[in-house]
Design a protein around this ligand. Structure first.
Ligand code: AMP
Length: 436
């Protein structure tokens, strides 16, 4: 991947005054690395493949140039708005909540355009009629989940033949099995000539194949996570039967303002919430079996800080931006290593201090090692004081004791029962520099 000269402030990026004024109001003091590297290329009309971690400021990276192009085009060609059911900028995202969030961000960035740019979000789980009405006369920017967009197209509520820019956000997810059919159908409806911007934290083979087939001489930018130091990752070995007790203990002892807890199945959300309730902790749940009204209520409540503890499945793992979320806890490990990165990326966003904890029992050791290996991390196994795991396998030897290069599965020296490695107090920040 090529690296591009990096402007240090927004004024140097070539953005127009209404956008710069808004960024000042939003107190964005300087571009994030992906913004600094990508915005000039996108403004120049290039296709883009951007590899950037979640929380790195991706939305503004595509939204600001897109808004600028549309605003400038509309100033020149006033007839654009009269083309029925047109869309100029199309942003495809994998989840309903992300659609709403991205559209809200774009509306916020457009604050000084005096209503010249119309942005809409369309997604499933809510009335299609309302969305059809809103789409009358088209939209400059449409943020959509693929299934609902196809429904709206088949009802003639929207047409894609005037799309000038296509953004695929969370492209690795968009190209996963669950979406390929819908995405193929949508791509066939788009005009041949268009700018494509593709964002993905990871680049699996499907993404690479798509970039070759679709993109035209793309600029490729890979931003290494410079925020890594602001997100502290820790892993605790616990007995399987103690997991809920440990979770409750950590929540109570640390007095986090909020916590997002990930589990692997929808029914586990309710189950864990009930168990926490018995320990005096009120938690709300968020998963795909909830109606859209309830999903919105819970997520909005969590974002507004009205809900302290949220238990969720991986539908909350992608792109969702919760300001200053202090901690993400993997109560169950995610199946895929990339989902681990997406989950923990809900905390420590945009350079803020964050914390990601994983609770692993003995059955998780191997899987957690795979997650580490794939994500090129290695965490010291720790234990929570008062909840020491019965026995600690070779995987629980600290990083210093077990050299990274040592092949997996060697040195299977079992430790004696109740011999904690690096036992800690519940105070998660103990031993770490003051986050300030
Ligand atoms: P995103 O990766 O687009 O979801 O952005 C993550 C968070 O960073 C959002 O809350 C943005 O409002 C915020 N953000 C994006 N760009 C900047 C910036 N240049 N300075 C400060 N905050 C930013």
């Amino acid at each position: 991947m090529t690296s591009v000269a990096t402007p240090a402030n927004f004024n140097e990026l070539g953005l127009i005054p209404p956008l710069l004024a808004r960024l000042t109001e939003l107190e964005y003091q300087q571009p994030t690395p992906i913004q600094a590297q990508a915005i000039p290329s996108v403004l120049a009309g290039h296709d883009l493949i951007a590899g950037a971690n979640t929380g790195s400021g991706k939305t503004a990276t595509f939204a600001l140039p897109l808004l600028q192009h549309l605003f400038q085009q509309k100033s020149v060609d006033k007839s654009l708005s009269n083309k029925g059911n047109y869309v100029s900028g199309l942003i495809l995202v994998p989840t309903r909540e992300l659609a709403k969030q991205v559209a809200d961000s774009i509306k916020s960035y457009s604050a000084h355009f005096n209503g010249a740019i119309k942005t809409l979000a369309v997604f499933g789980g809510v009335s299609a009629n309302t969305q059809m009405l809103a789409l009358r006369g088209g939209a400059d920017i449409l943020v959509a989940t693929p299934g609902r967009l196809l429904d709206l197209i088949s009802s003639n509520a929207v047409k894609l033949d005037l799309v000038k820019t296509l953004v695929l956000d969370e492209a690795d997810r968009m190209l996963s099995l669950g979406f390929t059919e819908e995405l193929t159908a949508l791509l066939a409806l788009l005009p041949k000539k268009k700018q494509i911007l593709l964002f993905s934290a990871t680049f699996p083979d499907q993404v690479k194949a798509l970039t070759q087939a679709l993109l035209h001489n793309p600029i490729e930018i890979q931003v290494q996570s410079s925020d890594a130091s602001t997100l502290v990752q820790r892993v605790f070995t616990v007995n399987k039967g103690d997991k809920t007790a440990v979770l409750a203990h950590l929540i109570k002892e640390n007095e986090w303002r909020q916590a997002l807890i990930f589990v692997n199945a929808k029914h586990h959300c309710e189950h864990l919430a009930e168990k926490l309730a018995k320990r005096g902790i009120t938690a709300e749940v968020f998963h795909g079996d909830k109606g859209q009204g309830e999903r919105s209520r819970v997520l909005d409540g969590f974002k507004a800080g009205e809900i302290d503890v949220l238990i969720a499945t991986d539908i909350a793992a992608r792109g969702i931006d919760i300001e200053k979320l202090p901690v993400v806890i993997n109560f169950n490990l995610p199946r895929s290593p990339s989902d681990y990165m997406h989950r923990i990326g809900r905390s420590g966003r945009a350079g803020e201090v964050g914390l990601a904890l994983s609770l692993i029992d003995h059955e998780d050791f191997h899987h957690f090692s795979v997650i580490e290996k794939k994500n090129k991390i290695r965490l010291e196994r720790e234990q929570v004081k008062g909840f020491e795991a019965d026995e600690v396998s070779s995987d629980s030897i600290t990083a210093a004791e077990k050299p990274m290069a040592k092949p997996e599965g060697t040195g299977k020296k079992k430790r004696k029962k109740k011999t904690p490695v690096n036992t800690i107090n519940a105070d998660i920040w103990s031993g770490y520099a003051d986050p300030e």
